[in-house]
Design a protein around this ligand. Structure first.
Ligand SMILES: [Zn+2]
Ligand SMILES: [Zn+2]
Length: 82
């Protein structure tokens, strides 16, 4: 029986889990966690609109000017009177 090793090219460490050695398994897991964190709705203030697929700069309440107005319109039921 051939001892399994890490699937990462050039890595000769013993097999641990998911095709990787312990080192690369944890490395991979961490980068996967970091990637999933990026897709989560951001809680901290940021400089880009938080709306889905929107890259506009923040205008107010964490969203761009366009979305800020849209969201305000929704809040008041679409009929803003000044
Ligand atoms: Zn490895
Ligand atoms: Zn936006």
């Amino acid at each position: 029986m051939i001892a399994r090793t890490c699937s990462v090219e050039g890595c000769q460490r013993p097999y641990y889990a998911k095709g990787f050695c312990a080192h690369h398994y944890h490395k991979n897991r961490n980068s996967m966690l970091a990637a999933t964190k990026k897709t989560v709705w951001p809680a901290a203030p940021q400089k880009k609109c938080v709306a889905w697929l929107c890259d506009e700069p923040v205008y107010g309440m964490g969203v761009c000017e366009k979305h800020y107005r849209e969201w305000r319109m929704e809040e008041v039921g679409g009929g803003i009177k000044r």
